[in-house]
Design a protein around this ligand. Sequence first.
Ligand code: GFB
Length: 308
Amino acid sequence: MDRAARVYLAGHRGLVGGALLSKLQSLGYANILTRTHTELDLCDQAQVQQFFAENRPEYVFLAAARVGGILANSTYPAQFIYDNLMIAANVIHASHVFGVKKLLNLGSSCIYPRLAPQPLKEEYLLTGPLEDTNRAYAVAKIAAIELCDHYRTQYGSDFISAMPTNLYGPGDNFDLASSHVLPALLRKMVEAKTNHQSEVVIWGSGTPRREFLYVEDLADACIFLMDHFSEPGPINIGTGGDLSIRELALMIKDIVGYSGALVFDASKPDGTPRKLMDISRLRQAGWQAHVVLPEGIQRTLAWYLVHQ
Ligand code: GFB
């Protein structure tokens, strides 16, 4: 991407969008277009078409979505499927209508079949039943990938889809009802330490395994792919390693310096047992993650202690 190119970053206030905005600015991109949800409702096709007509972005990072952890996904499925379908359809279609040079769409590792072989290869998508707790979100995200691929086939659009694993980092959502596991456990342990609580409750059995990618690494990977990847089908973005929720909780406990007990609440859902990504396609493209989990947790904790 030329540093003077008009780059539309949809979702700049989210975890991914915030990291992408910082990274793009640090690399000297001077013409980054952003709009808040109040300024531009991406579920409204007319508003989206007008925005594209007036601003003519050359590149689009589609990082806007309704996202949440396992509880939010299983509590509000209608909003997760509708909002994510509309956002994807409106932004991807407008990018075609107004001649966007390249668009990067973001999927998620949770849209692979629940019991697909591990590590997950890109070709496993749509080969089996989805995880129930986030089926609504997954169907919308799969539709977005299909939109990109069919616009490439029929119209020659250079629209690519990245499939990040579970993300975390500064700017994450720390609301315990809607957040993902890593920020939730960070907050719970910080508060338990501050309030001298004797225990911290961890949802589920602690046995599911998750892969965690630091969000600044993801931003770096997205910009790399925008410049170097133009193929159909999703491309996995991960670290290549995973750990159990129990191991994660013990790591966070150690980093926060919390000395109480960890209690596992089996009444809460475990979700998919594992979703480790195969990142050989990404490695072949020439990119790999840099920030290891303990370092990323320490940076996220430092950010949270200032912004809580
Ligand atoms: O991060 P998480 O909410 O989402 O849950 P998923 C991961 C695992 O951590 C589950 C456990 O087994 C949870 O039961 N867990 C333990 C907790 N304690 C907690 C807690 O306090 N809060 C939360 N949230 N989890 C999401 C999808 O699945 O993955 C989204 O629902 C998205 O759509 C995201 O794709 C990347 O990793 O299970």
